[in-house]
Design a protein around this ligand. Sequence first.
Ligand code: URP
Ligand code: ZN
Ligand code: ZN
Length: 496
Amino acid sequence: MMGADYDLVVRGGTLATAAEVFEADIGIRDGLIAALGRGLGRGTEEISAKGMVVTPGGLDSHCHLEELGQDGSAQEESFASGSAAALAGGTTSFLCFLPQWKGRSLADSAPGYEARARASRADYGFHQIITDPTPEVMEREVPALVARGIRSLKVFLTYDPLMLTDRQFLQVLAAARRLGAFVTVHCENYDAIGWRIEALLKAGLTDPLQHAWSRPPVVEREATHRAIALAELVDQPIQVFHVSCEAAAAEIAAAKARGLKVWGETCPQYLTLSHDDLQGPDFAGAKAVCSPALRERAENERVWRRIQDGTLDVVTSDHCGFSFATQKRVAGSSAYGTGAAAARPDGTPMFNAIPNGVPGIETRLPVLFSEGVSKGRIDLPTFVRLSSANAARLFGLAGRKGSLAPGADADLVLWDPDAERTIRNAGLHHAIDYTPWEGMAVKGWPEVTLRRGEVAARGGEVLAQPGSGRFLARGPYDLARPRGVVPDGFDAAAQG
Ligand code: URP
Ligand code: ZN
Ligand code: ZN
């Protein structure tokens, strides 16, 4: 009896890649895709994918797990629970955040965080947040991080404890360019938000809906325009994170049309939720407070159009683990809030002191598949680009993640495109006490998730153990390189 040709064969599925859809088997050896084709030889194990759509495992390039606050306390969503949720929802790898706090070194800002991440069941990497770009941080600590494979930075243009001035942002862009690191940006105008919050509170308007009123689209549009202009000045590639509206997306489209290396990310919340979700009895609107804020209902379709025309390249979860009972109802319980941590007479926070962010690491892909593919807004290759392939390109993981080609990690999701489910928090694997998509009907469901050739989740049961995820070190890559175009031919960033 001859030995098997592969460790595992996923047989007879409809494969969707970033470019095409075709019928084939997938042969897997040593955790990697070894072959694609019809009628592949035998596997030691075989999984039938008949009637299923097979995509690369999701890469969620923006989520917050077990993130450390200034006092060293960790967000409620642990790496073990958040990664279980990721796998159950078809996401096999993710990038989350190492914080920096003003006045502190990187090392002092996140003690033990990388050790915590080793509990992940999915593969993981980090973006480094920069809030205080001192020469020591930018010339000593960041180069050491980049050398260890942490090759992307996030900067905030708002939030009191996090925001950078334009001058500091330029310093970060220039340092990133010298190091071959990629920069991601939270684009909202800090002073405009502060000014409107003050006026809203003076007017006695304190409800969760006023969170959106404090930061309307023009606030996001202005900061997006400025971030792109400053990145152009330095000649540094950037991705604009969590784009919520047409006005900001139009800035990205204009930058792309001029050949700049600018990319855009959005999230399911900006495609499906709206001001309606910021209202409701018993402070329920707090569950949907995130920044940028949710927009009016009509904006959802405009963001879809910016996906369809290629302006927005990636859909991430921006998962934030703030439970309704423990954090959303506690004023100032996160750095992701703005201004004084004041409570109202009933004890609930003023809108500006509600922790910003929603949980969505498990629902990201089912919502995108259902609202996108099943409703005919996007085709399967677009789904693959948005859910994994583009993030892999942008963050230095191309060839390894987001691909069904031989040599790639065998991260696969078997989707039942006809399965109809109702999202219920009780059925999710995260540690958070609510989902903003409670009761939403979806069509299309990730039945089986394979991570590096092993069944990591099947039928809602997570089989991958804590600690089985691997750190994704990222080396130099072309997309993060500058264009070589600077004003007047004078390269200020090269001066150090
Ligand atoms: O509201 C959000 N997005 N919270 C998470 C922090 C961030 O800005 O990504
Ligand atoms: Zn952000
Ligand atoms: Zn975020």
